[in-house]
Design a protein around this ligand. Structure first.
Ligand code: BES
Ligand code: MN
Ligand code: ZN
Length: 488
């Protein structure tokens, strides 16, 4: 679906936003008159009040400039925040996408509203259908052109440019997550990253040999039961000042998590195709930054592995030596994400001396119990990072909620045989996982961890912007956080 902005446009579907309890806007008057008052009549039907998201429509006479008029409730103007504006675009894309019509023009009165409605429509029209071979034309969307009509076209386009880039990041993250694990294994993920060079990112991929040389025994341990080679993907966007230390984004990329020898139960194991959600978020964010030519230096690092049970897989009881030199007793091979991140965090610090690091990972089932599907867990000792990430999340509708760290939780990682064990026991599972990561972050290094296991895909009530299995959580949040904190 192509999104455009204009000061005037004709389309088969003309959409007008009605304030709660309000009347037809000025922009609808001409069409109302040309149709002999059919829009005014629609306004009085179907108990329409203009409540946010409510819709009613009129079929228009052949002589009118549009075939159908849609009236959509805009709620009370004072409540119409970015989320409400996005929802209007999303609901329209959903309700009119398969209408049989090809073009729609949504009339709004301000530029910010125009851009927000556009990203709502853009994300709601996402589809992942490449594996359906029997779709008929009528199963596919008809809507091809979504035009937002707004008095200040230039301002609308300017507001849209960064959102357009961010939406491309979300779409890429969804595409990566929705792909099945037989198609998107570590090397295939690395190939997708390599393709981003055409957007101006510098990409480097390390294989097992290189990682062995670096001593990355923790990450390699997770991948050793898989026939698929483990990879480390490194993406650089250097849009900032030449000698400015970069921000590092680190992602867990477990392309499939069976649990390994500590095998997961069967039901819903297929969801573990999404256990690379952190890596997908980082990759999507890097694309967004490149697309809008962000004035910041940012490196994205993703640890790509597959966690399988096998004769050569790691066992509970094995002791791994991480690149940092610290040893880890593996008590549960299903607590593998932290083993991957331990070595990627080390690499990020050693090679890039980053100003700050944010890691994202579908790390624990416990975070789903704590926060459900509407906030990611945020862990950091740095109040400024906590505030910045919280604000960025609220601004873009990818919310995070801070949970504590503390030495009492760290003690739960004590091992009889090694520097630490990879699980902390039943209590506070998301916090002990974060404490584990913290052991691989240098003293004084600014760092935050986002546990996205509850938000990377959403069971139950989903946002209208989120039509497929994968939500694509992350790129919008990260892109906004970098724009607001590192491009001043
Ligand atoms: N990938 C899972 C976490 C997960 C669970 C993500 C549910 C999304 C939905 C992770 O690797 C894992 O298995 N974690 C274990 C840790 C435990 C063994 C300490 C868990 O949460 O059960
Ligand atoms: Mn696991
Ligand atoms: Zn996992």
């Amino acid at each position: 679906m192509k999104i455009t902005f204009a000061e005037q446009a004709d389309a088969e579907i003309a959409v007008f936003v009605i304030d709660e309890g309000g009347k037809l806007p000025e922009s609808a008057k001409a069409l109302d008159e040309a149709s002999g008052g059919l829009l005014t009549e629609a306004l009085e039907q179907e108990r329409f009040t203009g409540k946010s998201g409510q819709q009613t429509y009129a079929v228009l006479p052949k002589s009118a400039s549009a075939r159908r008029a849609v009236l959509i409730g805009g709620g009370k103007p004072k409540d119409r925040d970015a989320r409400a504006q996005e929802k209007i675009g999303a609901l329209l894309a959903k309700s009119q996408g398969g209408s049989g019509y090809k073009s729609l023009a949504l009339h709004v009165d301000d530029a910010e509203f125009a851009a927000r409605a556009a990203i709502g429509a853009e994300l709601a029209s996402y589809r992942f259908d490449e594996y359906f071979t029997k779709q008929k034309p009528e199963d596919k969307p008809s809507l091809e052109a979504f035009t937002v009509v707004c008095p200040d076209e230039g301002a609308a386009k300017a507001a849209w440019a960064p959102l357009d880039a961010a939406a491309a990041g979300t779409r890429l993250a969804r595409d990566l997550m929705n792909q099945p694990p037989n198609i998107l294994f570590p090397a295939a993920f690395a190939d997708r990253i390599k393709e981003l060079e055409k957007h101006g990112l510098e990409v480097e991929i390390l294989g097992e040999k290189e990682m062995e040389k670096l001593g990355m025994g923790s990450l390699l341990g997770v991948g050793q039961g898989s026939v698929k080679e483990s990879k480390l993907g490194i993406m650089k966007w250097m849009g900032g000042a030449k000698d400015d230390a970069p921000v590092a984004l680190v992602g867990k990329g477990v392309c499939f998590d069976t649990g390994g020898i500590s095998l997961k139960p069967g039901p819903s194991m297929e969801d573990m195709r999404g256990d690379m959600g952190g890596a997908a978020a980082v990759t999507g964010a890097m694309l967004a930054l490149a697309k809008r030519k962000a004035k910041a230096n940012v490196v994205g690092l993703v640890g790509l592995v597959e966690n399988m049970p096998d004769g050569n897989a790691i066992r509970p009881g094995d002791i791994l030596t991480s690149a940092s030199g610290q040893t880890i007793e593996v008590q549960n091979t299903d607590a593998e994400g932290r083993l991957v991140l331990a070595d990627v965090l080390w690499y990020a610090q050693k090679h890039f001396k980053p100003k700050s690091i944010v890691d994202l990972a579908t790390l624990t089932g416990a975070i789903v119990i704590s926060l459900g599907h509407h906030h990611a867990g945020l862990f950091t000792d740095n109040d400024a990072m906590a505030e910045g990430l919280t604000k960025a999340g609220l601004a873009e509708g990818e919310r995070v909620w801070r949970l504590p760290l503390g030495s009492e939780y760290d003690s739960l990682l004590k091992s009889k045989f090694a520097d630490m064990r990879n699980i902390g026991g039943r209590a506070a599972g998301s916090i002990t996982a974060a404490q584990f990561l913290k052991r691989f972050v240098n003293e004084g290094q600014e760092w935050a961890h986002l546990d996205i296991a509850g938000v990377a895909w959403v069971d139950g009530e989903k946002s209208p912007l989120d039509p497929s299995w994968a939500s694509g959580f992350g790129p919008r949040l990260l892109d906004r956080w970098i724009a607001d904190n590192y491009e001043g």
